[in-house]
Design a protein around this ligand. Structure first.
Ligand SMILES: O=P(O)(O)OC[C@H]1O[C@H](OP(=O)(O)OP(=O)(O)O)[C@H](O)[C@@H]1O
Ligand SMILES: Nc1nc2[nH]cnc2c(=O)[nH]1
Length: 298
């Protein structure tokens, strides 16, 4: 039997019924849920699995239409659920209770772990927002979209340090005959504190005039870093410049200086870490992206 995925289910459903709006799919899933409830109340135990499958099929389609695979999402959510603390409600269900702040000296984070501590005790790693598997799926989806837009030879420029892993994964997912280069950009002064105008701390080692460039960033906040780089490469005569970011920090959008062409995920988190992204230079090595719980929220 075919092992179905959200993609195969969505493809079948779209061929059979045509495209659907999410609201219609949710309404239909609610109807299927009523049928499941009916089977239970009538003691029709033979049809329970089949009715539950009807609900799941609709959920798969909704997940796929929004760029996800439901089984992957369930795996990621269960990994989080297993690490959370729960308060039973008394009916066999329960709700999750907030984690206490973690002591400053506890062990470092591992993949999927919740609440790994930050050494300073000022902040701590919170929930996994995007786990390694989800990132890798999304990177392949981004690569497919980029390949559709940018044909032939391109120059991929990763922004160090944060985009190091994203650039290397995205570059390997692209089938263009690409050149690879990195730039260093710093928005901090010599004392490392105040954030100011981004300046180039290391440059690409190839000419950019006439090239199609894919600028790769881990995250976009104010957009200052990317817009500085776009201006720089435009002045040098680049033929086409596209920007790809893994994370869009949506809270900063109103004041943003640039809108990226390709976005992996949106997040309302104010600070994140892992998969190349640091908190005070730490946690770049973590395979998953975590929210960082800053002291005011801890
Ligand atoms: O949109 P912006 O406001 O410019 O912010 C985004 C930049 O900020 C972070 O870099 P950071 O300066 O922390 O350096 P890093 O990549 O070495 O961590 C991030 O990696 C982006 O490069
Ligand atoms: N602006 C911004 N910069 C970062 N550098 C590392 N993490 C972050 C983050 O969450 N936001």
């Amino acid at each position: 039997m075919t092992r179905e995925t959200s993609r195969t289910i969505a493809e079948w459903a779209t061929t059979a019924f045509g495209p659907a709006r999410a609201e219609a799919l949710v309404a239909r899933a609610a109807t299927e849920m009523d049928e499941l409830r009916e089977s239970l109340s009538q003691g029709d135990f033979d049809s329970i699995a089949s009715e539950a499958a009807d609900v799941a099929i609709l959920l798969h389609r909704i997940a796929h239409d929004h760029g996800h695979d439901l089984s992957d999402a369930v795996d990621a959510k269960m990994a989080r659920n297993r690490l959370r603390r729960w308060e039973p409600s008394g009916d066999g269900t329960g709700r999750h209770v907030a984690e206490p702040a973690v002591a400053a000296s506890a062990a470092p984070a591992v993949s999927g772990a919740k609440s790994a501590p930050v050494e300073t005790g000022e902040a701590r790693l919170g929930d996994v927002l995007f786990d390694a598997k989800r990132i890798s799926i999304r990177v392949r989806e981004l690569a497919a979209a980029i390949e559709r837009d940018l044909e032939g030879d391109i120059l991929i420029v990763g922004v160090l340090k944060g985009a190091g892993f994203f650039t290397s994964d995205l570059a390997r997912a692209l089938r263009n005959p690409a050149h690879l280069a990195f730039v260093g950009v710093s928005s901090y002064g010599m004392n490392g504190s105040a954030r100011g105008e981004p300046r180039l701390t290391s440059d690409v080692d190839v000419p950019v005039a006439g090239r199609k460039i894919l600028l790769v960033e881990d995250l976009v906040d104010t957009g200052g870093t990317l817009s500085r780089l776009v201006d720089t490469f435009r002045q040098r005569g680049a033929a086409d410049i596209r920007t790809a970011v893994l994370l869009d920090l949506v809270q900063s959008r109103p004041n943003r200086r640039l809108t990226p062409d390709y976005v992996g995920f949106e997040t309302s988190a104010t600070w994140v870490s892992g998969y190349g992204i640091d908190y005070k230079e730490k946690y770049r090595n973590l395979p998953d992206i975590h929210e960082v719980v800053l002291p005011s929220k801890a």
